[in-house]
Design a protein around this ligand. Structure first.
Ligand SMILES: [Zn+2]
Length: 278
């Protein structure tokens, strides 16, 4: 069986870890000034949902708490996300393991992050999130155990290589908690490619690379991912002109249509995780 999922990390614009602090920053438009922005993420979210609804794909959106609070002031998030899953992505884009900030979260901070992040999702959408993706995909055993204790069903923070048979499947990672990882496969030239679309938005990969990667997977679960802000702003180029935004949305459409045409069925991660929890 071939099951795909499209996931979106909805977080502050072009987020960057900052040394010795918990809260992430946004990449500056103008030099060294520190800032936190949410406008590209807000705009990109609406554009992504519109495209997915048009394609009839129900996706999973991992919301960072601060970003969600900002978005919910600008738009009716509950109505916008009506046919999609909402899940948790921390509160201020915390680096759980401290790999980038140099400061891992304490147990108390980790618990606070999960409680507060879940509460913001619950307050805005009226549902308890059951899925989690760690900011920067930085996860460890301690966090996975806490997710399980807090009643989460799955985590989707890891990246795993497709095996020699072209297969990749979720697995139980802590008690009943299921890991539904992103995929690392090969493009048509045999080069390593990951199912996070960052390089495509930055102009370093073409839609066909991801379609070829999906083709190389014979079975299992293919989790694609992007950021809400990445269709309107890039890391290297800053805010995109309207023509480039349309070009990027069209590239994403090509990926999703190309994968669907290969027989992959898109499902929400909560549905996939439910199957693996047994
Ligand atoms: Zn993130």
């Amino acid at each position: 069986m071939r099951v795909a999922a499209f996931t979106v990390d909805v977080d502050r614009d072009v987020n960057l870890p900052a040394k010795d602090r918990m809260q992430a920053l946004s990449k500056c438009h103008d030099g060294e000034r520190e800032e936190t922005r949410f406008d590209s993420s807000t705009r990109g979210l609406t554009l992504l949902v519109r495209l997915l609804d048009e394609l009839g794909i129900s996706a999973t959106f991992f919301f960072e708490g601060d970003t969600l609070l900002h978005i919910s002031k600008q738009a009716n998030a509950r109505e916008l996300l009506a046919s999609h899953e909402v899940a948790c992505h921390g509160v201020c884009h915390e680096d759980i393991t401290g790999e980038s900030t140099g400061v891992p979260l304490t147990d108390h901070e980790l618990e606070q992050m999960l409680d507060d992040g879940s509460k913001i999702v619950r307050d805005v959408f009226g549902v308890d999130p059951i899925g989690f993706r760690a900011p920067y995909q930085h996860i460890d055993g301690r966090a996975l155990e806490m997710l399980q204790r807090k009643g989460f069903s799955y985590d989707s923070s890891m990246t795993k290589a497709v095996d020699g048979e072209g297969d990749l499947r979720p697995w139980k990672i802590a008690g009943d908690l299921v890991e539904v990882p992103l995929a690392q496969g090969k493009d048509a030239h045999g080069k390593r490619i990951v199912s996070y679309l960052w390089p495509m938005h930055e102009g370093k990969r073409a839609p066909s690379d991801y379609i070829d990667m999906a083709h190389g997977m014979r079975s299992g679960t293919l989790v694609m991912a992007t950021h809400s802000w990445h269709v309107v702003e890039t890391y290297a180029g800053g805010l995109l002109p309207q023509g480039r935004v349309e070009h990027d949305l069209n590239a994403l459409r090509q990926v999703l249509e190309g994968i669907t045409a290969q027989g992959w069925k898109f499902r929400k991660l909560e549905e996939i995780a439910k199957d693996w929890r047994g």
